[in-house]
Ligand binder design. Structure first.
Ligand code: SF4
Length: 68
């Protein structure tokens, strides 16, 4: 299963919680941006920790949204 993260830049409050949890996947610019991948559990932890619910996780093979 390949999970792709997307960030809603309009919702992101740029405090960087996702970067702390998954630094290989996210970086902080004006908002958080996706810079790479990470294990699913780590992406899920970052998405669940986002106070703005700005991170969406999608199964790249099926297109199914797996979070939120
Ligand atoms: S945790 Fe959410 S609100 Fe915070 S920087 Fe990441 S995407 Fe933005």
């Amino acid at each position: 299963m390949t999970i792709i993260a997307h960030i809603d830049e309009h919702a992101c409050a740029a405090h960087g919680d996702c970067v702390d949890i998954a630094p290989t996947a996210f970086a902080l610019e004006d908002t958080a941006v996706v810079v790479g991948g990470a294990p699913y559990e780590q992406l899920l932890a970052a998405a669940q920790a986002c106070p703005a619910v700005a991170i969406t996780l999608v199964d790249d093979e099926t297109g199914e949204q797996v979070f939120p």
